[in-house]
Design a protein around this ligand. Structure first.
Ligand code: FES
Length: 155
C-alpha cells in the first residue's frame, strides 16, 4: 500500500508545509488515514525531519482527518447558535433515530458517519446540514427521510 501513498505524495514538494494537503488527499482516497500512510509520509518528508508522531498529532487535531474509516456518506449537522435555535436538536434526533447512530459515530456497515459542526458559514439558511459536499438548507425534521433516501439508492 505504501507505493499507493507515494503516488499520492509525489505531486507535492517534499516539504512539511504540504503535509496537511497530502493527508487530506489520503483521507479523500481511503476515507481515513491508515497508520502506513503516516509512516510513508514521514519517510517522504524525511529531509525535513518530520516524525510520525507529529503527523499523528495533525490527524487528531483536524476534524476533517480521521484515524478510523468514515462512512461512505458523511453527514455534518450544524449545531452553531443560529442552527441550534432553528431546529438542530430535533433534526439531529431524527437522524439518530433513523440511522441508529449518534454524533461522532460511523454505522457498522460503513455507509454513514454522523458529525456535528459549529458553523457551516450559512447561518441565514439555518438549520443546515451537509452530506458529503452537498448543502441542505433549512432542513425540516420531516424532510430528513426524503433527503437520506437520495443517498440510500445504489450507486
Ligand atoms: S450556525 Fe449553522 S451555519 Fe452558522
Amino acid at each position: 500500500m505504501s507505493s499507493e501513498f507515494t503516488t499520492i505524495f509525489e505531486p507535492y514538494p517534499q516539504e512539511r508545509r504540504y503535509a496537511l494537503a497530502m493527508l487530506m488527499d489520503v483521507q479523500n482516497r481511503y476515507r481515513y488515514i491508515p497508520r502506513e500512510a503516516l509512516e510513508a509520509l514521514a519517510a517522504y518528508l524525511a529531509n525535513e525531519k518530520v516524525k510520525v508522531s507529529s503527523l499523528y498529532s495533525m490527524v487528531t487535531f483536524y476534524r476533517a482527518l480521521s484515524l478510523e474509516p468514515k462512512g461512505q456518506h458523511v453527514i455534518k449537522v450544524c449545531d452553531g447558535t443560529a442552527c441550534h435555535l432553528r431546529g438542530t436538536p430535533l433534526l439531529l434526533d431524527t437522524i439518530k433515530r433513523r440511522l441508529n447512530l449518534s454524533a461522532g459515530e460511523t454505522s457498522q456497515d460503513k455507509r454513514w458517519s454522523l458529525e456535528t459542526v459549529n458553523c457551516l458559514g450559512a447561518c441565514a439558511l439555518a438549520p443546515v446540514m451537509v452530506i458529503d459536499d452537498t448543502y441542505h438548507p433549512q432542513v425540516k425534521a420531516e424532510k430528513v427521510g426524503e433527503i437520506l433516501a437520495q443517498y440510500e439508492k445504489p450507486a
